[in-house]
Design a protein around this ligand. Structure first.
Ligand SMILES: [Zn+2]
Length: 397
């Protein structure tokens, strides 16, 4: 069957219980949709010691440029308390114009619509004047180690090159047409530990209380603000996420205290320049004697968590205008071009080609009774189909 109907595409995907790391039949279902449209499909298994093997999918139609990639994931988060769902989470049940199921909006729905859009394009115009590919991972909601990063490396090693990418994650807060994401803030985390001297709370001059220092260091991280925003980004924001002392006695000054923080940062900074700023603030605060009169600077160390996510902003006008023009043509609304929210796999794709994100309405993602309006599936398919025509038109011009 030619997969021009997003509703039946989505039902087939929802019925596959693909909770990370299980493939659950979802990639097989997608492969069955893409093959009749003319896609050559590869199923790529990624492995890493200590993590479950993950199945991913790469599919391409056409051998020439320009080359448009659609990226996403078929894995879904767990259903939580299944009894709390009003329809079974893998049933794709329809009630009052909405389809229920885990992954309905995040993001099997986006995939279902893009497949339908390509199928409609091919039905009307024949094969695209260029290439379209699907880069679909089964490891977005999990550790993301065996997913998009490895699939991009695998494809690039085989000579795949892309001119633009659309990620189909849910980007709209309330209604389709609200928001396109054209970049993302960076994310950086760390933990500070202050070493003091343990002692009796009644004899503080014989001890050195690290709680005094950790409060000063945490204060220095939060104040003053790092910036007041840039043209395309909101202000960078740091949150102290925990302060840990672990002391159970009221009459003992503890030996150490630690605090962790996460900062979401804009394009005023790189991860490196931000680390330098944070260390400078901490050094100043450690030497500040406000809470520790007459003491030598506090002894602290900092450990940076994991790899930071780098900030990025897409400036490809053909891509942004094709998408925002398609949204306006179909919905009559002008989408906001935004860089808000958390990180996404777009942060990996941006190293290969310009990337934007646009999908369904995110309201019910990861919730009990995740669901999508059937009308939204039709609207998004229309937007994607118009986008495909406009982008290839732009690229040919
Ligand atoms: Zn997602």
């Amino acid at each position: 069957m030619f997969p021009t109907d997003p509703v039946s595409n989505l039902a087939a995907l929802i019925r596959c219980p693909s909770v990370t790391p299980a493939e659950g039949g979802a990639l097989a279902a997608l492969e069955a949709m893409l093959a009749p449209v003319g896609f050559k499909v590869d199923r790529v298994v990624a492995k890493e010691p200590g993590t479950p093997d993950i199945e991913n999918l790469y599919a391409r139609t056409g051998g020439e440029g320009p080359h448009l990639m659609f990226a996403g994931h078929t894995d879904v988060v767990p259903v939580g308390d299944e009894a709390a769902w009003s329809r079974p989470p893998f049933s794709a049940a329809i009630a009052e114009g909405e389809m229920y199921g885990r992954g309905a909006v995040d993001m099997k729905g986006g995939i279902a619509c893009f497949v339908a859009a390509v199928a409609r394009h091919v039905e009307k115009h024949g094969a695209p004047k260029g290439s379209i590919s699907f880069l679909i991972t089964g490891d977005e909601e999990g550790p993301a180690i065996n997913g998009t990063v490895k699939l991009l490396e695998w494809a690039a090693a085989r000579g795949e090159r892309w001119d633009a990418c659309l990620v189909g994650e849910p980007t709209n807060p309330d209604c389709i047409g609200d928001m396109i994401k054209i970049g993302r803030r960076g994310s950086l985390s760390g933990r500070i530990t202050v070493h003091g001297v343990q002692g009796h709370a009644a004899y503080p001059h014989l001890a050195d209380n690290p709680v005094r220092s950790i409060l000063q260091l945490a204060q220095a991280l939060m104040d003053p603000p790092f910036d007041d925003g840039t043209e395309n980004f909101q202000p960078s924001n740091l949150e102290v996420t925990t302060i840990d002392v672990g002391n159970t006695a009221v009459n003992v000054i503890p030996a150490k205290a630690s605090a962790a923080f996460n900062i979401r940062f804009n394009d005023r900074w790189t991860a490196e320049s931000l680390m330098a700023e944070i260390v400078a603030r901490l050094d100043r605060a450690a030497a500040d004697s406000a809470l520790r009169p007459g003491r030598a600077p506090a002894r602290y160390e900092i450990v940076w968590n994991e790899r930071p996510s780098h900030v990025f902003l897409t400036r490809n006008n053909a891509l942004i205008e094709s998408l925002s023009g398609a949204v306006e043509a179909v919905t009559g609304r002008q989408p906001q071009l935004s860089t808000t929210g958390g990180t996404s796999d777009a942060r990996f794709i941006k190293d290969y080609c310009p990337v934007v994100e646009f999908g369904l309405v995110g309201k019910t993602m990861h919730m009990v009774d995740e669901r999508v309006a059937l009308a939204d599936l039709e609207t998004l398919t229309g937007i994607y189909e118009t986008f495909i025509a406009r982008w290839f038109g732009h690229a040919a011009a």
